[in-house]
Design a protein around this ligand. Structure first.
Ligand SMILES: Nc1ncnc2c1ncn2[C@@H]1O[C@H](COP(=O)(O)OP(=O)(O)OP(=O)(O)O)[C@@H](O)[C@H]1O
Length: 622
């Protein structure tokens, strides 16, 4: 029989599994049971929705068999099984979910991180086994197949005998080593413990033969060992349990069991709603940003159940994009099992649930913000950007829901603050909420226009994310207070006295500079905003310089330009040099003007148009 190779990525993962030093090897059982349960879900769902199929609830179960003599542990299910092609596709390559992206930079030295980050499912069997055999018969298939592998060098697939639809996974356990006992996975007591610990909520019975000592029949003092089949798990899904019965640990276990994330969730929300529509939900805010969260590959959605039967893995309609980071499950007895994906989108009940969930998440986040600021800031660090995208997208439709959840860095407090906190302590005469944009807090701190507003003793919000200013522009106001960029040309500070008394020849100088910079700036003006700097670039209109930068980094660069104003500090020495050049030497005026313009570009973090010319000009001056 021909041996097939695993695909390259799978081979490497298998190597990691086989040589794993991961201390928590017992999770292999959880993975296999979880796969078995998924397979029964699929079968059960089919039976419930296909009238031609009769079904019996007792027909659906998972069974664990131990054979101490042969050192094998078998996990069997009565699920949907796999066809030959599915065996190839599902077990020949790594988890299809795309959760496993073997990029160079993600490469890890030992298996720990991988097992931790992704929950590698079926492959974890190789942490405890020398050989794994899968015997499976797919629903509707007359043939059964045997898949077998002894590790990274490949696998075989062959025809097999199997009466009923379903799958048996047979693990030939590794020999014990000095540090590790694999025999323990043959002990009833140990296996029961693992099942209780990780798989108690699985909705199908997990059956196993349990040995006990019983009085011999007819005897009063003689005992005998009897084996009896028992169901190990309680089968009550965690979301159906009473909140009072559950501990933090239970919720955390469920989170990792479901592969929502490896880390502890930051927060869980358990809803049991008994209104117009009945449903239970457990929602989680992850403790870390999923590695692919801010990419196209990330799929939002909640698991959707109808009376305990899984009908959709990721129901996207239950979550708005801005709360797309939320993980969890929703179970409602009021949803029809037969509902199709297309119908779901229009389902009134589903819409109602989605609305309630959205409101609940918002309320819980606001509570967190109020009662546990540190935790909220951790949340915001992970997902704040998504909230800001939420403000900006759909033409600002969701701004009211989101504005109180936003945090920005404050120049006064030197930490993140809410808009409400800003507005509450605005000075009496303060008209605007001031903000400044830039790559980093340090850079913004050094901007001349920031200095000016700070000196007037106004608090400034520092915006460092690309999306920030776009979101602010969509908000336009918070509690009737307008936002104003410190880089805008009309700050309306200092009673308009920014505009210096000008003499006629100043006016002419400005006109000449405007001519030199025509096409580059909209205007050249005097300013009083500057102290130590000779010039800076302000902007007018809706598009700021920071936004121009962001837009120009986009793949299909729209090449939009902010309306720039070159503002000049007439009290700076450089201005006198300009003046004398204007009076005596036209060439020098052009040289100085271009230099100053380029310097202003640099201060704003914009590229200068001709770096060679710029450096040549500096040399000329030297
Ligand atoms: N007992 C089983 N019955 C039917 N199909 C199975 C069974 N075990 C595994 N499979 C199939 O093999 C696939 C791969 O399983 P694996 O555990 O590696 O990943 P997964 O369950 O898809 O993802 P994850 O473990 O990250 O949730 C499954 O998606 C399923 O299609």
């Amino acid at each position: 029989m021909e041996k097939k190779e695993f695909r390259a990525e799978s081979k490497r993962l298998l190597d990691l599994m086989i040589n794993s030093i991961y201390t928590n090897k017992e999770i292999f059982l959880r993975e296999l049971i979880s796969n078995a349960s998924d397979a029964i879900d699929k079968m059960y769902y089919k039976a419930l929705t296909d009238e031609s199929l009769s079904f019996n609830k007792e027909d659906y179960f998972i069974r664990i068999n131990v054979d101490k003599e042969n050192r094998t542990l078998t996990v069997s299910d009565t699920g949907i099984g796999m066809t030959k092609e599915e065996l190839e596709d599902n077990l020949g390559i790594i988890a299809q979910s795309g959760s496993f992206d073997f990029k160079k930079e993600n490469e890890v030295k030992d298996g720990f991180d991988i097992i931790g980050q992704f929950g590698v499912g079926f492959y974890s069997a190789f942490m405890v086994s020398d050989k794994v055999t899968v015997i499976t018969k797919a629903y509707g298939d007359s043939n059964a197949y045997k898949w077998e592998s002894e590790g990274a060098d490949g696998y075989t697939i062959d025809l097999a005998e199997k009466e009923h639809t379903g799958t048996d996974i047979i693990l030939k356990l590794k020999e014990n080593t000095e540090d590790e006992s694999y025999d323990e996975y043959l002990e009833e007591y140990r296996l029961q413990g693992i099942i209780k610990r990780y798989s108690d909520f699985i909705r199908y019975p997990i059956k196993m033969d349990i040995t006990s000592n019983k009085l011999k029949e007819g005897s009063e003092d003689e005992y005998e060992e009897v084996k009896e089949e028992k169901t190990i798990n309680s089968m009550i899904p965690i979301w159906r349990k009473n909140k009072n019965e559950l501990t933090d640990e239970d919720y955390e276990k469920f989170y990792s069991e479901k592969h929502f994330g490896f880390e502890k969730p930051l927060k869980y929300i358990h809803m049991s709603v008994d209104g117009v529509i009945r449903y239970d939900a457990i929602l989680y805010i992850p403790g870390e940003t999923p590695y692919d969260f801010y990419t196209k590959e990330y799929e939002k959605g909640l698991e959707l159940y109808s009376s305990g039967v899984l009908i959709m893995n990721k129901c996207a309609d239950l979550l708005p994009d801005y709360f797309g980071f939320v993980k969890g499950i929703v179970d409602s007895e009021d949803l029809s099992l037969n509902i199709s994906r297309e119908m779901l989108q229009h389902d009134r009940q589903l819409k109602l649930i989605a609305k309630k969930i959205r409101e609940k998440i918002k309320d819980e986040l606001l509570n967190l913000l109020k009662n546990d600021r540190e935790k909220y800031e951790k949340f915001f660090e992970n997902f704040g950007k998504q909230l800001k995208f939420g403000v900006y997208s759909e033409f600002g439709m969701n701004r009211d829901i989101l504005e109180d959840l936003l945090l920005f860095y404050s120049s006064n407090e030197k930490k993140l603050i809410t808009l409400e906190e800003y507005v509450d302590r605005m000075k009496e005469d303060q008209k605007y909420i001031y903000y400044a944009t830039g790559e980093s807090i340090q850079r913004i701190d050094k901007l001349p226009q920031v200095d000016f507003v700070k000196e007037k003793d106004y608090e400034i919000l520092y915006l460092t994310d690309d999306v920030d200013e776009f979101a602010i522009k969509v908000l336009t106001k918070y509690k009737e207070k307008e936002f104003k960029s410190v880089s805008s040309s009309d700050l309306e500070l200092d009673n308009e006295s920014e505009k210096e008394e000008k003499q006629d020849d100043d006016e002419e100088l400005i006109n000449s500079m405007k001519k030199i910079l025509s096409g580059k700036v909209k205007d050249v003006r005097f300013t009083k905003k500057l102290k130590d700097h000779p010039v800076y670039l302000a902007s007018e209109g809706d598009l700021s310089i920071e936004m121009e930068k962001v837009l120009n980094q986009m793949p299909n660069n729209p090449n939009l330009k902010a309306e720039k104003i070159l503002e000049i500090n007439a009290n700076h020495n450089v201005y006198n040099r300009l003046k004398s050049a204007f009076e005596n030497d036209e060439d020098n005026l052009e040289l100085y003007t271009n230099l100053l313009y380029n310097q202003a570009l640099l201060i704003e973090g914009l590229p200068i148009e001709d770096p060679v010319e710029f450096t040549n000009n500096i040399w000329k001056l030297l």
